[in-house]
Ligand binder design. Structure first.
Ligand code: AMP
Length: 419
């Protein structure tokens, strides 16, 4: 059967939604079909199809009483982003490759006093709307604009803008609106990062990966419509507690391993796993949130130097080609930081850290159990090919012991998480 382009598109959207809905239902059933799990998931996924909704999906929607909106994704992200950053005439410029230094809480405060904070929300939003329309973009009909959204309290600020709680007016759907300043993005040459973030994150569907529902832009800003993560950054929680217990660490770690496992099945390498990039979502579920350094690499080995210094694997430090094993290393550094409160190769200067990453094995405080040490050492193997696979990680006695069997319910009660 031949479909018109319009019909094909709506069919594709319908399939996407159906896939998602079936996934949710399967997850609910696998967990015993608890009503509150279903309610929590429906809050996150909120589905509503206008027009032709497949009967199978309608049945699912009716059964779960889901309401809300299906956010659409731009059909031509490339064209949009080319327009978006046409201001830069050196578009062939090399990607911004130096590693992000770790952002500590004091630096975060500095970021907070940047452009985003100096302009009160209402006036900054309105002034963006009142500027003349960008002529290059008039052919784009955005699905969303500020007119469709009520913007509320500020949730936080990053280097390129701020994040607000927002509500889609028509449906009441609540989400986080990340407002990025185009001039800042261009100045710091991170357009490519933003583009990757949008491309990759909008296609990910995993309970431990923050959803990027949609985006739009005006003359001055880019707006990302993100899943709301009311608990903020995991980094903040780790800072306030100093370290996490082995039980909490195992529970959080398992969620991150499953998220990365999902990414790898989609040939996505994250390349920047760290507590600053993990948010605490609904029901304290951990969500990988920042895909600025992620890459979709179905076959090739990569060479770009990226990520955060403390989390860099030896193959990147030595400028060798690398593959998805870099994320296994990242998970090892993350687990160490959960348990010890600082990354394993931290040093007074960058050279010292590089040296340690290449040559040293991590030191462990006496309270860390033998099983946890064994797992970390196997993740932090200098030889990428000898690192554990993600399936082996989940089967490792430390993970299995902490998170397996009846312990899973106990940990979920204590530490939350939709799993
Ligand atoms: P970012 O620019 O991504 O570093 O975000 C800046 C701050 O905004 C973070 O530290 C969080 O506190 C907050 N934030 C970012 N994304 C979200 C979200 N999806 N939900 C809730 N808060 C968020």
């Amino acid at each position: 059967m031949v479909h018109s382009p319009k019909a094909t598109k709506s069919l594709a959207v319908a399939h996407d939604v159906l896939d998602e809905a079936i996934g949710v239902v399967q997850e609910c059933m696998a967990r015993g079909g608890g009503a509150d799990i279903s309610a929590a998931l429906s809050q996150q996924i909120n589905i509503k199809l206008k027009g032709d909704c497949p009967t199978a999906l309608r049945a699912v929607i009716d059964r779960h009483s889901w309401t809300g909106v299906q956010f659409k994704v731009s059909p031509n992200l490339n064209a949009l982003l080319e327009d978006l950053f046409k201001a830069r005439n050196d578009s062939g410029a090399k990607e911004n490759t130096p590693p992000n230094k770790r952002r500590r809480s004091d630096e975060k405060d500095k970021a907070d006093t940047g452009g985003a904070k100096s302009t009160p929300l209402d006036t900054s939003m309105r002034s963006a709307k009142e500027t003349p329309e960008d002529m290059a973009l008039v052919t784009e009909i955005p699905w969303f604009s500020l007119d469709d959204i009520d913007v509320g309290k500020r949730l936080g600020a990053g280097k390129f803008g701020a994040v607000y709680v927002a509500r889609e007016r028509r449906t009441g759907f609540i989400f986080a609106l990340k407002v990025l300043d185009k001039a800042q993005l261009i100045k710091h040459r991170v357009e490519h990062q933003l583009r990757r973030e949008i491309e990759i994150q909008s296609h990910c569907r995993h309970v431990n990966i923050l959803r990027l529902y949609s985006f739009f832009h005006d003359e001055k800003r880019v707006y990302l419509m993100l899943e709301m993560a009311p608990g903020g950054e995991l980094y903040g929680l780790l800072q306030s507690r100093g370290v996490f217990s082995e039980a909490r660490s195992a529970w959080y770690f398992k969620q991150m391993v499953e998220a990365i496992q999902y990414c790898h099945t989609k040939h996505i390498i994250h390349r920047d796993i760290k507590p600053e990039n993990i948010l605490i979502g609904l029901q304290d579920t951990l969500k990988i949130a920042d895909f600025g350094w992620a890459v979709h690499a179905p076959s090739s080995r990569r060479e770009t130097f990226c990520g955060t210094l403390d989390y860099l694997p030896p193959e990147m430090v030595q400028s060798k080609k690398y593959r998805s094993h870099v994320d296994i290393w990242g998970l090892g550094v993350l687990l160490y930081e959960f348990l010890v409160g600082k990354p394993p190769f931290e040093d007074t200067d960058e050279k010292g850290t590089y040296r340690k990453i290449k040559n040293s094995t991590p030191d462990f405080p006496p309270q860390i159990t033998t099983e946890a040490k064994d797992l970390i050492n196997r993740l932090l193997n200098k030889n990428p090919d000898k690192r554990l696979t993600l399936a082996d990680v989940l089967a490792h006695p430390w993970v299995a012991l902490n998170c397996g069997g009846a312990n899973a319910q106990r940990l979920q009660r204590h530490y939350g998480g939709i799993v």
